[in-house]
Write a protein that binds this ligand. Structure first.
Ligand SMILES: Cc1cc2nc3c(=O)[nH]c(=O)nc-3n(C[C@H](O)[C@H](O)[C@H](O)COP(=O)(O)OP(=O)(O)OC[C@H]3O[C@@H](n4cnc5c(N)ncnc54)[C@H](O)[C@@H]3O)c2cc1C
Length: 370
């Protein structure tokens, strides 16, 4: 007899949200996480309307809204001229909260719903499908063991070792570039996102709850110091990023991949393990949550479970492909470019931002239809 209905590998946002939704529906769930401390990495901050809906399905939206900052809209400029000034419709705002806080809220929620379900300090070495169940081979405190479940959901992130061992496939998708970001504290300012499309490459800035902003620069090489990062922002936009305290710039390569399949017998891929979306546009975590809700419905709904899981895979891979195309477009708009391409791009953005197409553009930016 398996120990639980569903074992989830990885307590990132995808695994935690899935576990909360399943626990709310009476499914016995265990989450196995290799680390035991807090994950303070600075990653996702932007949560779009479908992401907020997923948090609501997990029963954590009110706690999230109490801490998050709602953006009123965004402004796109190029060499000081405004190309687009878009306001979010009421109820369709993008909210910001650092990923570490969002994950802590999800972990607290899971502790309420299913005390003891989250097992930290547990490294999953491998998972083995066995007919209508599966086993996770684990290591904890240097001792080996195993956890058995009817299904194992593999949500161990973009570098998933398990995905690669089990030959789910992992195909590169176009859309790749280098960026550096810095989260700076400070006084509360305006609540709008700002995209500066400059000749040397984009500078993005997003307000954070409690004051301060996240700055993201497209730059091929990492910065040697915080001062060099601040200089580059000033040089490209004329803006002063303010007191940086002891914050350090963090460089990352935006890339995109998709798994070939998401279901293999009792094993299911979820989140970044299933699809890597460029962070430019802030979709990866939101997409993982949309998929987690879809997966929870497939695992708990009436009817043919295997058909429901195949539908989960098909629809989630299609949504990932759409998100990847949108992210690639965002990256192309912010690439360094010469004068001729720049003026064509600026005209295109001005046109896209007007009237009905402006509303469609906002929908695309806020993950509508995914
Ligand atoms: C710079 C940056 C900015 C971003 N900004 C945004 C944004 O604004 N909005 C947005 O939606 N997305 C954003 N993203 C993407 C977002 O961070 C990811 O999509 C999200 O973290 C994916 O969640 P996940 O749970 O699938 O994977 P992860 O967050 O990677 O979690 C995987 C978990 O599995 C654990 N694990 C791994 N291997 C094992 C194992 N063998 N055994 C047990 N546990 C294991 C890990 O320790 C980890 O806790 C950003 C990403 C980056 C890099």
């Amino acid at each position: 007899m398996p120990e639980c209905d569903v074992a989830v590998v990885g307590a990132g946002p995808a695994g935690l949200l899935l576990a909360c939704v399943l626990a709310r529906r009476g499914v016995s769930v265990i989450v196995l996480e290799k680390t035991s401390g807090r994950d303070d990495r600075s990653r996702a901050i932007g949560i779009h309307p479908p992401g907020v809906a997923a948090l609501s399905t997990a029963g954590v939206a009110d706690a999230f809204r109490a801490e998050a900052l709602a953006l009123t809209g965004g402004t796109v400029t190029s060499r000081g001229r405004v190309l687009a000034d878009l306001d979010f419709a009421p109820g369709q705002e993008v909210l910001t909260l650092p990923q570490a806080r969002t994950q802590a809220l999800l972990a607290d929620r899971l502790a309420d719903l299913a005390p003891g379900a989250l097992r930290t300090g547990v490294l999953v070495r491998n998972v083995l499908p066995e007919g209508h169940a599966a086993r996770a081979l684990i290591e904890r405190d240097g001792r080996e063991g195993e956890v058995s479940a009817r299904r194992i959901v593999i949500a161990d992130g973009v570098h998933s070792g398990i995905r690669d061992v089990l030959a789910f496939g992992w195909r590169r998708v176009p859309g790749e570039a280098d960026y550096t970001m810095l989260d700076v504290g400070g006084a509360a300012g305006d609540d709008r996102a700002r995209l500066h499309l400059e000749p040397g490459g984009v500078v993005e800035s997003f307000p954070l709850p409690g004051g301060g902003r996240r700055w993201v620069i497209r730059a091929d090489a990492p910065f040697r110091s915080t001062a060099a990062f601040a200089d580059m922002v000033r040089q490209r936009t004329g803006e002063d990023i303010g007191d940086t305290g002891d914050a350090l710039p963090q460089s990352f390569r935006a890339a995109q991949h998709r798994a070939g399949r998401l279901v293999f017998g009792p094993l299911v891929l979820l989140g970044d393990a299933a699809h890597e979306i460029s962070p430019i546009g802030g979709q990866g975590m939101n997409l993982a949550w949309i998929a987690a809700c879809r997966l929870a419905a497939a695992l708990t709904g009436p009817g043919d479970r295997e058909a429901a899981l195949e539908a989960y895979a098909r629809v989630s891979l299609r949504a990932a492909a759409t998100a990847q195309r949108r992210a690639r477009f965002n990256m192309a708009m912010g690439a360094p470019m010469g004068a001729a391409r720049r003026s064509a791009r600026d005209v295109a953005i001005r046109t896209l931002a007007r009237g009905g197409s402006g509303r469609r553009l906002l929908g695309t930016m806020t993950m509508s239809g995914l």
